[in-house]
Design a protein around this ligand. Sequence first.
Ligand code: ZN
Length: 140
Amino acid sequence: MVAMDGLTISPLQWETVYRHLEACLPEEGCGLLGGRHGRVMAVWPVTNALHSSVRFRMVPEEQLKAFLWFEQHEMELVGIFHSHPNGPCHPSGTDLAQFAYPDVVSLICWPAEGNWEAKGFWMDGKSYHEVPVMIMAEGT
Ligand code: ZN
């Protein structure tokens, strides 16, 4: 239930996210967010195995490494981020069909006039709804 409240990510973590996504252009970039109770504590960029501009699949070995690391640091998976270099600004049909993590926020990011923007979504395999994403330093 907690994750349904959305995600809180620090300005520095958000920068790590969009710099990775920027570096992946024109392909979709992706990665994992570890943390607790909707608060991001670690950003883990993952290689898009499909090297596509319209879909992504995380390299399984990198994903596994992230999951182990999160576990070792008493974090859980709180979010998955990926980019839509050419839109849309919400989950695509492919995202919905292939989404394998029912209990985390999907952070979808896109470049808008030189700036990166993001929205968080809760997906259940058939539909999605937006949840709040706050960019806020820890302890504020
Ligand atoms: Zn997508």
